[in-house]
Design a binder for this molecule. Sequence first.
Ligand code: 16G
Ligand code: ZN
Length: 532
Amino acid sequence: RQQLSQIAKFSTLHTRPEGHKYAYGTAGFRLLGSLLDSVVFRVGLLAALRSRKLDGETIGVMLTASHNPPDDNGVKLIDPQGEMLEASWETYATKFANAETDDELTKEYLAVAEALKINLDSPSNVIFARDTRASGPALVAALKDGLQAAAADYADYRILTTPQLHYIVKCINTRKTAAPYGDPSEQGYFDKLATAFKIVTKGKAKPPVVTVDAANGVGGPKIRELARCIGSDYLDINVVKDEIDAVDRLNFQCGADFVKTQQKLPVGLEPAPFELYASLDGDADRIVFYYVDEANKFHLLDGDKIASLAAMFIRDLIAVSGVDLQVGVVQTAYANGSSSKYLTDILKVPITVTPTGVKHLHHAAQLFDVGVYFEANGHGTVLFSNSAMKTLESFEAQNPGQQDAVTTLLSLAALINQTVGDALSDLLLVIAILSHKAWGPNEWNLTYTDLPNRLVRVVVKDRTAFKTEDAERRLVEPKGLQAHIDALVKKYKSGRSFVRASGTEDAVRVYAEAATRLEADELAVKVSDSLK
Ligand code: 16G
Ligand code: ZN
């Protein structure tokens, strides 16, 4: 058929480098940009099929390698409601990428179409965008070839943050429904956030000034644009590390991943005491906050602190409004023990713990009326269920206080990008809450004190030998190891430790926390030693 011969023809322009094994993981395909040409072409084919399978709903393709070094790049698919690609399709992605020859590739394409009863003549719609990496334009060309070969209709949204593309995908697919998500354009995104932010903060204390480190990535220009839409009367923001043209500075000694893993300031930043700072990652889907005190000591406000702040605020609004809704929080085993204790004992908010990885947290959060989820690394969002939205929209307030709380909750639902963690939206959420409370970063930090903790990467012979249960908190295999860890943990006040195989690197990770820095370090070392 014509499509198959087109695929075979175009594929000769995007040959697969020999000897490389590709795998579609939690972050899609991610590796050196120079090794991705054939992969991105083939992802174009798969995106076309995915859209056909879903009756022509629009699928997104994002080209980014997030917090990775500048020479890396990556590609991932976005499903119609702005979620991550359905897990069963990850296998097809991996198969396509690894097909040895053009012929094998067309066979795989046909096999998927047949297995899933996809009509190859049906409509197919795909949109895509990229971050600021130098390898981006060439990969866009490869992607277009794939989409053209598979006869898909496509639109190029050029340079966007990852969450902006998730938002636009959802807007397009909900355009004709009873609950359209928004205008499917970048301007629509800015306007939606700006309007919601102004309603939420109206009449409240002037928000704290915030300085944002944009990791020299796509977030820099976007945040400026967003701030311009909001206006300086409502938001006082400085953007630093926004040299997107200096391509080798992307994520270099700055950005959310650097700040979180090194537990220190971006290099070159000279902070004023008790002022609020934030760092984004390279595609602006993660954010962490921090400040220094009068002794110039660094204090990190990570994903756990954001989740706790958001849960507290939403819980209080629900209480004031009198609506019958339950807010819950989803965490992973990496959440600091103090945050879990604060949520459970002080806020009395239920917690679900899931394995690491955004999709697990996202799904668990969907089970609450209002589900707050954040990984400690700063990726997260808040989900309002459909029924919660209906409850809020139809609620008849008995007094102005109730009305105010309901209006704020509804505006929060618009302010928050509910498709995926979004650094820009999360930034506005945090600032809005601080403005309501008339808090600075120090007051926020004082809600609870993190337990000292240590994360160690241990290279082992075979990481697949490490099997876990109970949301990765306990080892089932190697046999006997968990009992040994339990015995070690018992010796430390507020001790907790777990071991899991990394999903992104060939190593296992050991996490330990305890009452003091010394003890947390010692526990981490002892558990690590027991793995060898
Ligand atoms: C992936 C996950 C991230 C998780 C990290 C853990 C997504 C989109 N990304 O990057 O959420 O924190 O893996 O890495 O799910 P690890 O398995 O190497 O510890
Ligand atoms: Zn990212």
